[in-house]
Every structure is written in structure tokens, then in C-alpha cells.
Design a protein around this ligand. Structure first.
Ligand SMILES: [Zn+2]
Length: 452
């Protein structure tokens, strides 16, 4: 990274300070001066590529700064390895089996829309009197898939091409046009880290000299096989550069929040919907398997009453965000919710957390057989089982001993039982098929590698 670039990032990090965090440490849960919530979802961001998660590169000075002022969960697990079902879990506090919002098997199957009758975080806060707004950047999060329900203002760019800069600007414009007496809940979804990785100048040369002159997406055959495996390192460089760019925009967002003097009354949550594979298990991208590179996500919460500079190794999950936020604000959590309030919950290292909703046929893959649609994973402490229901295979890993999941062994009866128990979860939602999608939507999904 150039000296000039480092100087910019350092300055922004200093400006960001403890945005969203109180100036004094306290354990009071509810701020006296109002309460707002900003939920930031950085699509496709694996936890281990952030510096605050011990990544070797300095990809995230602003996010690190926020983590210093709040609490970081080391072990947060996504409920699905791709956008649609994962966001449905964030919205509803439910596992994929419960909300049922995913893809129905095979290349000719349909996606399902989020059931608007399920309790959701935006709807609950709208009912509680909050102004609710969403700024999202992918068609799978659009009104066509039911994600606008519960928002007073919902601004989705279907193309996935709106930058973090434009999205943050759209949020600030909305914020500046709100009555300052109203509490608000806002979702900011950023899509820049998702492939193709095409960081803009000067970020493109932050981690390699070639910039995007090298390659910004995988070069594949028609069968989905990689032509140039040596591109992997360069693609990781580009992926990390996109993270750095998004982080810089978040630094700007944090400083703008402080300038508007709402930092002391605003809870900020940063997470991702899933990770990204760079050949760790022979595949690329996401959505096709349940290994850690696809489901280990960052989770940081900072704001009034949140313990500062804390690092928690208690297992957390994306479906915890809904009940945690509602509890923090004093809003009743719906009984059906499966997630937990991780801010007040007693430590429980042996909590079982499920993931599912794999959709391999919809994603380009390479060098690996398609994972069975009928698969799920359950972690419990360091134990993790991946169950392939179609072939009746249950493999297990010890994440302490084998964090890269290179040495599977036959699952023990207890973990097999947990996978079967999750698989038998009754569906609460009644999602409806999207049916045939428009040519424009199919074109967007094809460009992004979601369909062939
Ligand atoms: Zn996603």
C-alpha cells in the first residue's frame, strides 16, 4: 500500500473514533438520549480476511476501530452460504429449515420469496414506532423476493453495481431528511466484495502492483472448470482490495454519524451474509458447501451500553441478530425465534448452531463434485458435523485441531443426531415461488455467476 493511501486510512480511522460507541464505559443497555440501529451487511465477507480477526493484511482499519469500541464475536456462523437464505435468517431470527426461503432443487427449480407473514426485524421495529429504511444492492434482496416488508423506505439496486460510496451517500441523504426526533432502524447492504472483484483506484494496487490488469474474475470453461489456477492469489488480492475500499467508506460513514451527533445514541452492527471460497476445498465462490470459509462471518456490535474492546469466543449466529437487537431496544422477541440475545445470554460454549440451504446447482464451481442439495451442518463447540442427506454421509471435524477442515472423520452418534434433528425442523414460513424471473433478473444472476 502506498504511504499516501495509508495516511488517508489512518486519518479516517482517527476521525471514525468510537462511532456508535459511548465515550464512557457503562453497562446500561438502553441509551437515555434516543436509540437508533444501523445494521451493516457486507456481502461475501469472510471473517478471516479482516485485520481485527487476525488477518495478516491491514484490510479493515475502520472496522477494527469500531470493534475496539464494541464487542467482537470470534465465532459467528452464517445460517446459509449464500445471499437469499442467509438474509432471510437475519431478517427473521430463524434457521433456513424454519423460514424455508431458499432455492428449490436443480437448475430448473425456483427461488422462494420470504414469507411476509413471518415476524421480522424491520417489521417488529416498524410496529414499535421506528422509522425503518433499507439500502440493499442485489436483486435477491429486492421487493420481488419479499425483503422490503417492514421498511418505510426501501432502496434496492437490483443490478448489484451500486458502489459502497453511492450506498452510503443514499443513506446519508435519507438520514438528513428524517425528523431528528424519530428513532430509526436502517439496513445498509454493501455488495462490492462480491465477485467480480474489481476494486477502483487506488485500492486496486493496495496489495499487488498489477491491479485489475491481472484478472478480476475466475476464468472458467463452459463446464465451470478453472482455466488458470495461478490466478487464485491475484483474485485474493483483488478481494482484499475490495474489503479495504468498503472499510474506507465505512470510516466515512462513522465520521458522518459523529458529525451529526447521533453516535452516542446509535447501535452499529457489522456482519456478512456468508464467506467466500478460494479453492480451500477445491471450489470457488460460495453457496455450494458448508465449510468454514463459506459460513464463518464477522460479527461486531458497538454502541451505547455495549462492552468496549471485548472479544467474545461464545458461539454466535446470524439468526441471533434479530432477537439481540429487539432485546437491546426493549422490544418483545417473538416466541418462534430460534436465535438468542447474545448480549445478555449466559456463556454457553456447547450451543448447537445449524447451517443449511446449500444451492450448488446455481453456482459456478470448479474441481469438485457438486455438493448435495440435501446437506446441512451443525457446530457445537469445536465439533462440527456436515451431513449429506442424499447419500446418508455424516462427516465430522474438530475445529480446534483442524480449523481448515482437511481431515474429516465419521461423525459420532451425538452429532449425527443433531444434524438429523435440525433436518427435521418443521417449516414455519410459507414462502411462495418466485416463478419465472424476468430476462433482466436472469441476466444479472448470470453475470454474477449464480446461474449458467
Ligand atoms: Zn451474499
Amino acid at each position: 500500500m502506498s504511504v499516501k493511501l495509508i495516511a488517508v486510512f489512518t486519518l479516517l480511522t482517527v476521525i471514525a473514533g468510537c462511532a456508535g460507541g459511548p465515550s464512557e464505559t457503562s453497562d446500561c443497555r438502553i441509551p437515555s438520549s434516543g436509540k437508533n440501529v444501523i445494521l451493516i451487511i457486507i456481502d461475501t465477507l469472510r471473517a478471516d480476511h479482516l485485520s481485527c480477526y487476525s488477518y495478516e493484511r491491514n484490510t479493515s482499519p475502520a472496522i477494527d476501530s469500531l470493534a475496539d469500541c464494541g464487542t467482537l464475536w470470534l465465532n459467528a456462523q452464517s445460517q446459509a452460504p449464500w445471499t437469499l437464505p442467509s438474509h432471510a435468517s437475519i431478517w427473521t431470527g430463524l434457521s433456513v429449515k424454519s423460514h424455508g426461503t431458499t432455492h428449490i432443487g436443480g437448475v430448473d427449480g425456483f427461488d422462494l420469496q420470504l414469507d411476509p407473514h413471518l415476524p421480522s426485524l424491520p417489521a417488529a421495529l416498524q410496529n414499535f414506532g421506528f422509522q425503518t429504511s433499507g439500502f440493499t444492492n442485489f436483486v435477491l434482496l429486492s421487493d420481488k423476493f419479499g425483503f422490503n416488508h417492514g421498511f418505510d423506505w426501501y432502496d434496492c439496486d437490483d443490478s448489484g453495481e451500486r458502489t459502497a460510496t453511492a450506498t452510503v451517500d443514499a443513506f446519508l441523504f435519507w438520514l438528513d431528511n428524517q425528523a431528528q426526533t424519530e428513532n430509526f432502524f436502517c439496513v445498509i447492504h454493501l455488495f462490492d466484495v462480491h465477485a467480480p472483484y474489481a476494486p477502483m483506484t487506488p485500492y486496486d494496487t493496495a496489495f499487488c502492483s498489477e491491479g485489475v490488469d491481472g484478472v478480476s474474475r475466475w476464468d472458467l470453461t463452459e463446464d465451470g472448470e478453472i482455466l488458470n489456477i495461478e490466478d487464485c492469489r491475484h483474485l485474493v488480492d483483488m478481494y482484499d482490495s475490495e474489503i479495504l475500499y468498503v472499510d474506507n467508506e465505512l470510516g466515512r460513514l462513522f465520521s458522518e454519524i459523529r458529525l451529526r451527533e447521533i453516535a452516542d445514541s446509535t447501535l452499529i452492527i457489522i456482519t456478512s451474509d456468508h464467506g467466500e471460497e478460494f479453492l480451500e476445498h477445491g471450489g470457488i465462490g460460495h453457496g455450494h458447501a458448508l465449510y468454514q470459509e463459506q459460513i464463518h462471518v464477522p460479527l461486531i456490535i458497538s454502541g451505547p451500553g455495549i462492552s468496549q474492546g471485548s472479544i467474545s469466543d461464545i458461539p454466535a449466529a446470524l439468526y441471533d441478530i434479530m432477537p439481540t437487537t429487539l432485546s437491546y431496544l426493549g422490544v418483545e422477541v417473538p416466541e418462534s425465534v430460534e436465535g438468542l440475545d447474545i448480549l445478555s445470554r449466559a456463556p454457553d460454549q456447547l450451543r448447537s448452531i445449524p447451517s443449511g440451504g446449500v444451492s450448488p446447482d446455481r453456482f459456478f464451481l470448479a474441481l469438485m463434485p457438486l455438493t448435495d442439495f440435501q446437506s446441512c451442518a451443525v457446530t457445537e463447540g469445536s465439533k462440527k458435523v456436515i451431513a449429506y442427506m442424499g447419500t446418508d454421509q455424516f462427516i465430522q471435524f474438530d475445529l480446534d485441531e483442524d480449523p481448515e477442515e482437511k481431515t474429516p472423520f465419521a461423525a459420532d452418534s451425538a452429532m449425527t443426531e443433531k444434524a438429523l434433528f435440525y433436518w427435521a425442523t418443521p417449516r414455519l414460513g410459507n414462502p411462495s415461488p418466485t416463478g419465472e424471473l424476468t430476462d433482466e433478473i436472469n441476466s444479472t444472476l448470470r453475470d454474477l455467476g449464480y446461474i449458467r
